[in-house]
Design a protein around this ligand. Structure first.
Ligand SMILES: [Fe+2]
Ligand SMILES: [Fe+2]
Length: 200
């Protein structure tokens, strides 16, 4: 399975533009880490790009992504990718994280939502000019992007750090990395200023 085939699966199963963009954001982040960890960039990218592909069909944590996994296997999705996707919801699937990719995927998942929300409240709607300190400020506002479970992000980042970085990846370094990764695809995320209200 290559990226094009994965994208076709996403387009077939996901109609929500926001959910598509969420998966593109996580893909950018997992690719970013793969490149720096000397891992398979294409493989890691597939996990990010596909991880929520079945959410519209299986919108409960019992079914997602457990019921999506067989569909991925039918499409020839590599097993390490399927495993990582299953392990992003251990409570629903019973699959624990074990490979570096599994830890990376979960650590990158939710935090992309906070970064996107931070960009969208700026008049410019341009992710490329969002400094890390703005994300940090929003993090402290509990009502802001309240769906992003800060404790969950902290735990997932700590686990990723311990398993893959010998405990040396700090939370705000990680958020900065995901921010940098997402800036690289600002156009695909439509966070390149095109959503700004014209000012006359
Ligand atoms: Fe998910
Ligand atoms: Fe997700």
């Amino acid at each position: 399975m290559d990226r094009e085939a994965a994208l076709a699966i996403v387009h077939e199963h996901v109609q929500s533009p926001n959910l598509r963009k969420h998966m593109l954001a996580v893909e950018a982040a997992t690719r970013w880490y793969a490149a720096r960890l000397d891992q398979d960039v294409e493989l890691w990218g597939l996990a990010g790009l596909l991880h929520d592909f079945d959410w519209e069909r299986h919108p409960t944590l019992e079914d997602h992504p457990a019921k999506g996994a067989p569909i991925l296997r039918q499409h020839g999705c590599p097993e390490p990718v399927v495993q990582a996707i299953l392990a992003h919801n251990t409570e629903g699937t019973g699959v624990e994280r074990s490979a570096p990719l599994d830890f990376a995927l979960l650590a990158c998942d939710e935090v992309t939502g906070l970064i996107t929300a931070t960009a969208l409240v700026r008049p410019s709607k341009d992710l490329r000019e969002v400094p890390l300190k703005s994300v940090r400020k929003r993090w402290k506002e509990k009502a802001f992007a309240a769906g992003v479970d800060r404790e969950h992000v902290e735990r997932a980042t700590r686990d990723f750090s311990e398993q893959v970085y010998g405990g040396r990846l700090a939370l705000w370094d990680h958020v900065g990395n995901v921010l940098e990764a997402m800036k690289g695809i600002a156009a695909e995320l439509e966070l390149d200023g095109r959503l700004a209200q014209p000012s006359d």
